[in-house]
Ligand binder design. Structure first.
Ligand SMILES: [Zn+2]
Length: 328
């Protein structure tokens, strides 16, 4: 069975041909920086048609299409409403456009849920019945698989784990609340905090590691300073790991997952992150839930965009009862 997957990112759009056994016979990436949807929507359709043609297929061979897009999106109406990283994309009716042009039923999810489906079906999630996926890069997003299906919620906002408040006296989050998980642990929030502390310390090692440019202070510079034993970096990293443990511990107790799959920051940090995280987790969840849960690093990594849209399409067919995915 063939499906078309579309992953809309702030700088790239991945268009992929995929199958229900997890193969991606071919895919294309389109440049999406400062783009207009009037240009990109026809380009997506053209790319999909070219992929089909290259495999000797036509739209008639496509069982469904799937789209993963950055929030905020309007799932019932199939609209990309106003993502902060796609300024010209306002109330874009992408789902119905793709469905009409490709002549295929088209399913739509936010990008974190699409990533969760991808890791669950064909990545480190291992298709277990209960899994949480955490995308941890500039922000923190997530997706929850509970009892064998993606949790959508009453208004399709389930799994917005980055906006669970960990401390009412904590830093202001971009969402308007205080002390959100993302406001403590998102890459953008951590960088902002470091820039505040380092503003009057131009000779600090972290600034040096960022090429001497305070505006370029980021997670890699922090990690490098931790590796060198810098006292401020170590203290900040300790708090970063503690807040991650607090948030993940809550999720582990609430959802009782077999597996938590961790994306970007965890992937880049490895044991420097995982070791303190594992040490702190028992403070925030029970032995019974923690012992049932395995922490895993994303195995799709940078290739996740090629799978995301494909897995949205497959999941749409599964939820309709038109497909049963065999365990891989
Ligand atoms: Zn928030």
């Amino acid at each position: 069975m063939y499906v078309i997957g579309i992953d809309i990112g702030g700088t790239k759009i991945a268009v992929s041909l995929g199958t229900d056994t997890g193969e991606i016979p071919c895919s294309k990436r389109l440049d999406n920086k400062d783009s207009s949807p009037d240009d990109m929507l026809p380009a997506i359709v053209l790319a999909a048609r070219e992929l089909l043609e290259s495999e000797g297929l036509t739209s008639n061979n496509v069982a469904a299409a799937g789209i993963g897009a950055p929030s905020p999106i309007d799932i019932p109406n199939g609209l990309i409403t106003r993502p902060h990283n796609l300024r010209q994309w306002v109330d874009v009716p992408i789902r119905d456009f793709i469905a009409r042009e490709l002549g295929a039923e088209t399913f739509f999810e936010n990008d974190a849920n699409a990533g969760a489906l991808a890791e669950w079906m064909f990545g480190a999630g291992g298709h277990v019945d209960n899994m949480i996926y955490l995308t941890m890069s500039t922000g923190i997003g997530g997706g929850v698989i509970a009892d064998g299906r993606l949790l959508h919620g009453a208004s399709f906002l389930a799994g917005e784990v980055g906006h669970m408040s960990l401390d009412p006296g904590g830093p202001l989050c971009e969402c308007g609340m205080k002390g959100c998980y993302e406001a403590f642990c998102g890459g953008r929030a951590v960088a902002k905090r470091m820039r505040g502390y380092l503003a009057d310390k131009p000779d600090h090692r972290i600034v040096e590691l960022a090429g001497g440019d305070l505006d370029k202070v980021d997670m890699p510079a922090l990690r490098a300073a931790v590796g060198e034993g810098d006292a401020y970096a170590l203290a900040l990293w300790d708090e970063f790991c503690l807040r991650n443990a607090q948030a993940m511990g809550a999720l582990i107790n609430i959802f009782n997952p077999e597996r938590v799959v961790l994306g970007t920051i965890a992937l880049a940090s490895g044991d420097m992150f995982l070791d303190p995280l594992k040490k702190r987790l028992p403070e925030f969840c029970w032995d019974e839930t923690l012992s049932a849960c395995q922490l895993a690093l994303s195995s799709l990594g940078g290739g996740i965009a090629e799978y995301s849209g494909v897995c949205v399409a497959l999941n749409g067919l599964i939820e309709k009862g038109d497909l049963v995915l065999s365990r891989v």
